[in-house]
Every structure is written in structure tokens, then in C-alpha cells.
Design a protein around this ligand. Structure first.
Ligand code: 13P
Length: 254
């Protein structure tokens, strides 16, 4: 079966509305020239740019993504954003458990699994991020860490339907460092995650759950990474902030 590849740009805390406007002015005319018959392209702007990004991208192939979401639909959760509010804006995918949420803001597997459930129940597709630190890798604990994050992150989901879940492997040591995992390192963890998903949901469904790689993806390394059989796409930080660089990444042959 021909592979569908995902290219999600995570802007993190960058590009407010005026920068978002100039970004999309450059990005949208070009993306319409790329053959997207087997590709999904998404951008996760900061919350304050989401509504504006929706207006600009309406009618384009670009899917709108959010960088986090609350587990609850509404209520007394100061500083949080409801998945239903995101849905109302036209968001389709929500990044959850990103390493910056885990390591800078102290989000735990306990909290992340609730967010995954809330987002899933709202009808949005969670992109659950997992990944080990350099220390954990050096200690030989990579598989232990990512399997715990995966199993716990998904533990509140009663069922998973095809097309309703994405996993992203983002080794912490590769994020924003310029040191990407080698294609072999990425494939090793992705195939481990695939087997784990197969043990949870069966082989067929596991095969249909996209597993994306994230961490210093660039126009230079995308071709080698995307060739790996279990790398179904990429989650791009720094390089997605530049429309030309992100276009080059999206344009890779698959
Ligand atoms: P970089 O591409 O800047 O390393 O960031 C990766 C990432 O965290 C995407 O979510």
C-alpha cells in the first residue's frame, strides 16, 4: 500500500498574527503547486494565531493543528483551552505531551492521558508525543521510557478508530539542537512503537496509525528520514518557521 506522509509544522511560541499573515502569503500560493495526493500538511500556530490562520487557510489543503488542549470541555480551568473551542475554530489535530510541555511545564503522563482522552472525545485527532532524554538514552532506557509514555498516554482511550490517532517520536536530545536522530535510530524506535501498538490494538490498526519523527528535521535530512518504512511523516519545529524551508520539506519525494 502506498504510504501517506504527514508534514506538521509546530510553530511553538512563534509567529503572532502579523508574522502569520506574511508566512501564509508566501506559503499558500506555493503549497498549491505541490502534489499532495499522498501527503497531509498541517501547521500548529500558537493559540492567538489560530483563528486568523483559519481565515487565511480556509479552502487550502493546510490542516489546522493546536499545540495543546485541556481535557475538559469547559469550566474553571484558567489558562487552558477547550478541545471543543479548538474544534469550533476548525482545528483537526492537537499535539499533546510535547517534550517542552513535559520538561519545562512539568506535564506528567497522568495529565497527558487525560488530555488525550478529552481531545479524542471531542472528535479531534491527538498527536501524542513521546521521546527520551539524552541521559535516558545513554542509560539504555529509550524503549522503557517511550513505551511507558505511549501506554500511559493512551490508557484512557476505550477504543481507537482508524485515522483518529497519530504518534510522534521526538527524542528530547534532537529537539532544537541541530542533531537529528539518524534514519536508523528513528526507524529502530518507530518499529518498536509499531509493535507496541500492534500488541495493544492488533496489527492492522497499528499499521494505520501514523508514527511521525520530530527533532531537527531540515530540507537536507528529510529525504533519508522519510524513506524509512516506519517513518510516516515528520513534526517540524525550527525549519517550519520559514515558509521556503517548510515547503522544501513538504516537497520531498515519497
Ligand atoms: P525542531 O525541529 O526545532 O528540532 O523541533 C522539533 C519539535 O519539537 C517539533 O514538535
Amino acid at each position: 500500500m502506498a504510504k501517506i506522509a504527514y508534514f506538521i509544522g509546530n510553530w511553538k511560541m512563534n509567529h503572532g498574527i502579523s508574522e502569520a499573515r506574511s508566512y501564509f502569503e508566501r506559503f499558500l500560493p506555493e503549497i498549491s503547486k505541490v502534489d499532495l495526493s499522498r501527503k497531509v500538511v498541517g501547521i500548529a500556530p500558537p493559540f492567538t494565531s489560530l483563528a486568523f490562520a483559519r481565515k487565511l487557510t480556509e479552502g487550502s489543503p493546510v490542516k489546522l493543528c493546536a499545540q495543546n488542549a485541556c481535557f475538559a470541555e469547559k469550566g474553571a480551568y484558567t489558562g487552558e483551552v477547550s478541545p471543543l473551542m479548538l474544534k469550533e475554530l476548525g482545528v483537526e489535530y492537537v499535539i499533546l505531551g510535547h517534550s517542552e510541555r513535559r520538561h519545562i511545564f512539568g506535564e506528567t503522563n497522568e495529565l497527558i492521558k487525560k488530555r488525550v482522552k478529552g481531545v479524542y472525545q471531542a472528535g479531534l485527532t491527538p498527536i501524542l508525543c513521546v521521546g527520551e532524554t539524552l541521559e535516558e538514552r545513554r542509560l539504555g532506557n529509550t524503549f522503557l521510557v517511550v513505551s511507558e509514555q505511549l501506554k500511559q498516554g493512551l490508557s484512557e482511550l476505550e477504543k481507537v478508530e482508524e485515522g483518529r490517532l497519530i504518534i510522534a517520536y521526538e527524542p528530547v536530545w534532537a529537539i532544537g539542537t541541530g542533531v537529528n536522530a539518524t534514519p536508523e535510530q528513528a526507524e529502530e524506535v518507530h518499529s518498536f512503537l509499531r509493535d507496541l501498538l500492534a500488541s495493544m490494538y492488533g496489527k492492522e490498526l497499528a499499521q494505520a496509525i501514523p508514527i511521525l519523527y520530530g527533532g531537527s528535521v531540515t530540507p537536507e535530512n528529510i529525504a533519508d528520514l522519510i524513506k524509512e518504512p516506519n517513518v510516516d511523516g515528520v513534526l517540524v519545529g525550527g525549519a517550519s518557521l520559514d515558509p521556503e524551508k517548510f515547503l522544501k520539506i513538504v516537497s520531498v519525494a515519497i
